[in-house]
Design a binder for this molecule. Structure first.
Ligand code: SF4
Ligand code: SF4
Length: 130
């Protein structure tokens, strides 16, 4: 039987609602994910670090589209260190389905970059790490 997730007691519930529920085609309500994707993790990091402008939540109210404006940057800064990349990401799999969409975390980050609510320079810092 699949493990149920208890969102009431999950401190990340608000972010799950904004990112997974609203933006991710792969989200399965009530099914626990043992790990969250790199996009979600990076968004959580940026939020905790106070690098998101206050209106970030409003910017995600309409689900972002599947096309990414910052695909290359996000690939390098986020997907390269995502635990799903090697085996579980259809979007980054060169042999994956042609219509595979980015995860919600990546779509959310892209929307925030496009609206100027997150600075590309903050994400680019990842590229400078050894
Ligand atoms: S698009 Fe794939 S590799 Fe990139 S962050 Fe999302 S799940 Fe991970
Ligand atoms: S892939 Fe990422 S955005 Fe999608 S449901 Fe999982 S943690 Fe949320």
């Amino acid at each position: 039987m699949p493990m149920r997730v208890d969102l009431m007691n999950d401190p990340e519930a608000p972010l799950i609602e904004r990112v997974c529920t609203a933006c991710c085609d792969y989200y399965k309500p009530g099914k626990a994910e043992p790990e969250r994707c790199g996009g979600f993790r990076r968004l959580a990091t940026e939020l905790t670090a106070g690098r998101l402008r206050p209106s970030w939540e409003a910017a995600l109210q309409d689900p972002p589209g599947p096309e990414l404006s910052f695909d290359r940057l996000l690939d390098q800064a986020v997907c390269q260190v995502c635990p799903f990349r090697a085996a579980d990401c259809d979007y980054r799999d060169p042999d994956g389905p042609a219509d595979a969409t980015p995860c919600g975390g990546l779509r959310a980050l892209d929307r925030l970059l496009a609206r100027g609510l997150l600075r590309a320079a903050d994400l680019s810092v990842t590229l400078l790490r050894p």
